[in-house]
Design a protein around this ligand. Structure first.
Ligand code: ZN
Ligand code: ZN
Length: 347
């Protein structure tokens, strides 16, 4: 294992990925002086750092999530800045609006921290692009062969068919997705001719940031601004999963509820959510696209974190790649996302 050869460029530390040459962290787990942030999700954009560097495309989202007292710098995709001799360039990660892969170059060596990423189309953010490198740091949230995503157009056709059928039965549809990223992607895929579209407060905040960033979304009505006795028959409500089963739901009358997530691939998850439907739609790479991304970037070494790290690293080793699992957990606890959602819903 040649983990040492990249050490001046990137190290895995208790506080997260650290670039010693530039003296900054990428998505630090704790407050640090200088942080490069791949995207606005709370497990990547942590509070309490003094200075943040992030993509221009994600500026509205990052500012929405972090303290206004911090210092920010924003960098366009493909633009390079040099910090203590380290060239830093951001490339689209295709995960959510503004999500970036961080390319670091020092002494002719290149490391790419992909953050969360996906390869499929998404009209709400720029598409992932391969960045050739010596060291590639990949997530592994869904890095098991069982995870295989279908084309999003098929999924959206199913979502709209479910909405239409429910509307014909005078039901209100509740569609659950994470507040930032998933919800806006869902909104962009809805057929607004079927009926009115409402949003939960946590979703609406994200919608405002997306609109301010120039992303086109269908017209939405914030549920908090309509009277409680409003008629929701035939409507679609996009909400966070933590809203399910709470008194907030009562106003909608007869409902059909669905969850959109990569976790819906696993039956047990669907049962536990107590939703009527599950749509498999993820903003992360599945097994096949994880491997495809690694092929396209063709690094000398792969570091794997955030999820099924050990399993993916072992598989990569079996096909002749130099791969290292940065964390030893066999699988990510799926409740992690719920906790994030809970925090968002309460914010
Ligand atoms: Zn994310
Ligand atoms: Zn993440």
């Amino acid at each position: 294992m040649s983990i040492i050869q990249h050490s001046n460029l990137l190290q895995n530390t208790e506080r997260g990925l650290y670039c010693p040459a530039g003296d900054f962290y990428v998505d630090p787990k704790r407050p640090v002086k200088r942080a490069v942030i791949t995207h606005a999700h709370s497990d990547h954009a942590r509070w309490g750092c003094e200075h943040y560097l992030s993509s221009t495309a994600g500026e509205h989202l990052v500012r929405m999530r972090l303290s206004p007292d911090a210092e920010f710098d924003f960098l366009r995709y493909g633009e390079t800045i040099t910090h203590h001799g380290v060239k830093v360039t951001l490339f689209p990660a295709g995960h959510i609006l503004g999500s970036a892969q961080v390319r670091l170059e020092h002494n002719g060596r290149v490391a790419v921290v992909a953050g969360d990423y996906k390869l499929g189309p998404d009209s709400t953010c720029a598409s992932w692009e391969p960045v050739p490198c010596d060291l590639f740091v990949t997530e592994s949230t869904f890095a098991l062969p069982v995870y295989r995503w279908r084309d999003q157009t098929e999924i959206f056709a199913e979502v709209n068919a479910w909405w239409k059928a429910s509307a014909e039965e005078d039901k209100c549809c509740l569609l659950y997705g994470y507040a930032v990223g998933k919800s806006q992607r869902l909104l962009a895929g809805l057929d607004a001719s079927i009926g009115p579209i409402y949003t939960h407060g946590a979703v609406e905040k994200g919608v405002a940031a997306y609109r301010a960033s120039g992303v086109e979304l269908p017209e939405t009505i914030y549920v908090g601004e309509v009277e409680r006795k409003a008629d929701f028959r035939g409507a679609m409500v996009v909400a966070v999963p933590s809203a399910h089963g709470t008194p907030w739901m009562r106003r909608f009358g007869k409902v059909s509820a669905a969850m959109a997530s990569g976790w819906m691939m696993v039956r047990g998850t669907r049962r536990r959510r107590a939703a009527d439907r599950g749509f498999v739609l993820s903003d992360h790479v599945d097994w096949a696209t994880t491997l495809k991304a690694i092929e396209l970037c063709d690094p000398e070494q792969v570091w794997v974190h955030h999820g099924y790290s050990a399993i993916l690293a072992r598989y990569l080793q079996s096909i002749g790649r130099d791969a290292v699992a940065l964390d030893q957990a066999e699988r990510r606890d799926e409740n992690e996302d719920d906790e994030i959602d809970q925090a968002e819903a309460n914010a």
